[in-house]
Structure formats: C-alpha cells, structure tokens
Design a protein around this ligand. Sequence first.
Ligand SMILES: Nc1ncnc2c1ncn2[C@@H]1O[C@H](COP(=O)(O)OP(=O)(O)O)[C@@H](O)[C@H]1O
Ligand SMILES: O=P(O)(O)OC[C@H]1O[C@](O)(COP(=O)(O)O)[C@@H](O)[C@@H]1O
Ligand SMILES: [Mg+2]
Length: 384
Amino acid sequence: MAIIKSRGKESEGKLKRLAILTGGGDAPGLNAVIRAAVKTVYHQCDCEILGVKDGFDGFLETGGVNPLTQADVRGILPRGGTILGTANRGNPFAREVIHNGQVVIEDLSGQIIDAIHALNLDVLIVVGGDGTLRIANELFQKGVPVVGVPKTIDNDIYGTDFSFGFDTAVNIASEAIDRLHTTAESHHRVMVLELMGRDAGFIALHAGMAGGADVILIPEIPFHLDAICYKIQERVRSGSHFSIVAVAEGARPFGKEQVFAIPGSETYAARLGGVGNLVGKYINDLCGIETRVIVLGHLQRGGSPTAFDRQLATRLGSAAVRLALNNGFGRMVALQGQRITDISLDEALSVPKRVDIHGDTLQTARALGIAFGDETLPEEVYTH
Ligand SMILES: Nc1ncnc2c1ncn2[C@@H]1O[C@H](COP(=O)(O)OP(=O)(O)O)[C@@H](O)[C@H]1O
Ligand SMILES: O=P(O)(O)OC[C@H]1O[C@](O)(COP(=O)(O)O)[C@@H](O)[C@@H]1O
Ligand SMILES: [Mg+2]
C-alpha cells in the first residue's frame, strides 16, 4: 500500500482520534517521531492525538493516556529518550502480577483492548522494536487498528533499510573507538569494546569499520579465540603493538552459547553481556598482550539523535499518521532505498534482520584485513 501524498485536510470526517505510544528500549529519535506525528495530525486532519505513557502500560493505569498538543512537542526534536516513557519489560500478553502474595502470569491484553475502546481510539500508532511490534500485531489480530513505526538502535527489523537510533548509536560507538585508540597506542595494549545489538551485529560492524577496529566479532559469525589472537600477534609482528576489538554483545565462540549477564524467565528476555570479558581475558592471559575491556552500554542509546536519525524519525512519524488516515492498519512504515513506504506487520516480523555475511560491507571489511574470528589459520597455530 502506498502512503498517500498529503493534499490538505482530506481526511476530515474520517479518523477522529489517534493515539501514539513508544515501546522497547529507548532510541534517539523517538521524540522526533512523536513531534512529527503530532504536527502532521494538526496540519493534515481534523482530529486529535493522544499520548500513551510507558508503552502499553499507559492503558492499564488511570491518567496513562492524555492529549498531545503542539505545545507538548515544542523543543523535543533534539532530545534523546521519549517524552511518553517506554517499557521493555513485561509483555501484556504474559505479565507477571502478584495475586495473594504469589507471582502469577496473566494475559492483560483484554484490559488494554477495553481501554482502547473506552477511549474511542480510531488508530493506535506503535513505535517500537520487534518485541513491541509483535505485541502490536497481536492486538491488530484481535481487532485493534494499529500502525507500526520501526524503532531500534540494533537495526534488526526486517523490511526497513534502517531504523532510527542506529545511526546515532554507530556514531557514539565509533567515537568511543577513536578515543580507545589513544590508550591502545600509548600503552601498546589491546582494547576490547563490547557493543549492543542483541542478536544482530550491525552496530559492531558499522562502528568497528568506521572506527578502524582490527577485529570485529558479530553474532552472525561465531568466532575462534585462536583466530583473534593470531590476528593481534600478526599485527605485533608487523610493528603495530596495539589492537582494537569491537565485539557485539550477542557474539559467541564457535560451538558455544552466547554470554548472558542475566538469565531470562518465562516473562523476561535474558539480558546479554559479558562476551567482551571472555575475549579480553583470553587475549590478556593466553595471547599474552595486556588488555582492557570496556562495555559501552546505554551510552549508545543516550543523548541527542544525529541529523540522519532526526530526519528519518520525522519522515516515519509523519508517514505513520498519513498511513493511518489511509486506513493502512496492521502495517509498518519503512525506509526502502530513498523512499518511505509501508509493509504488513506480518511480513516485517516474519524474519529477523541480520548482517548479510556475504554482503558488500562484510566483503569490504575482510578486504581491509579486519578479522572476524573465523579465518583459517596455519595448522601449527590451532590451540583452542
Ligand atoms: N518474540 C516476542 N513475542 C512477544 N513479545 C515479545 C517478543 N520479544 C519481546 N517481546 C516483548 O516485547 C517487549 C519489548 O521487547 P524488546 O525486544 O525489549 O523491545 P523492542 O520493542 O525494542 O524490540 C517486552 O515486553 C517483551 O516481553
Ligand atoms: O535497556 P536494557 O533492558 O538493558 O536492554 C538492552 C538491550 O536493548 C537494546 O539497547 C535495544 O534493543 P531493542 O531495540 O530491542 O529495545 C539492545 O541493544 C540491548 O541488548
Ligand atoms: Mg527487540
């Protein structure tokens, strides 16, 4: 379905009441989406838009859904985070609640749907990552008119070339690599930088290349510790007594599991973390080169979005309203090439987006000599 071009207030008399929520981890650009949606509503249709607090939770609490005016969105374009609040714990279809002192799992989706009806919402715009959009799609299957906007610093949503937040995260991470070069070179050390991304290696790959990392480890390519050590020692032999390793939190040694900081439960997804330490310890102890490990963490999601993310978020937020005015329910706005288009949520969620290990970006990195830990080594160096 193509998004209609705006031709004035053509939707008058159709949609009356829209609502918007932000879900999942915060990403730079969320406020730009909210601002663009609110401005588009006020300029393109004779209707109102409400803001839902803290993801879907706003529907479950008194005062959790409130009108959004143009004054509410003034000045928020460069601000990180989301003025609406967000949540990435607690799927409303399987929520931990306490009953008589006991933790039980309940499906609260009925309460959310009732709240949506009570509010007379004609459409709910859901700005979120794969998890939040999956919840949105389940609500759509139950009759809620939903429009999705892809959000994630991880860039792991299929059907859109980029999600906003990714560019900002890559910029922050590549600047971190620039700064780590200082200590690496001065102290002749290896600096290992652990980056976010869940099961996708986009942040590590793009920031690693932009920052000139020597080794990049991503979930899509299980690594051998020997291969990392070989690359670092090869650099030493050629006169470079320092190395930078960019490792995605979801990367894992060949034949082994990912490393988790906190295990998952029935209702909470496990939290990745620790692979940087695993790699760093090996390089320090067994490769024999002094190593430090840095976990960049939530710095990657914090602060002001880049101009690219502001622009992308603005286009997506506005397009979501125009898609709603065109009754494009159950669909997600997306960037494909230079165009904003839309695809069904079913299609967007049908397959996770991952780094194409045969693609041009990977080929370029390999052509530059960047190691991914899967390189074939001379027979005599295999130890682990
Ligand atoms: N595969 C899934 N199916 C249903 N719900 C999910 C799924 N993955 C995550 N969720 C829920 O969606 C919410 C947000 O997911 P998360 O991945 O943290 O954020 P995002 O929306 O940014 O992807 C969480 O409450 C989580 O319980
Ligand atoms: O903020 P939390 O709960 O620690 O979550 C961390 C996760 O959120 C992210 O920053 C973003 O993931 P989502 O897009 O799924 O929200 C991941 O890169 C990271 O693994
Ligand atoms: Mg997710």
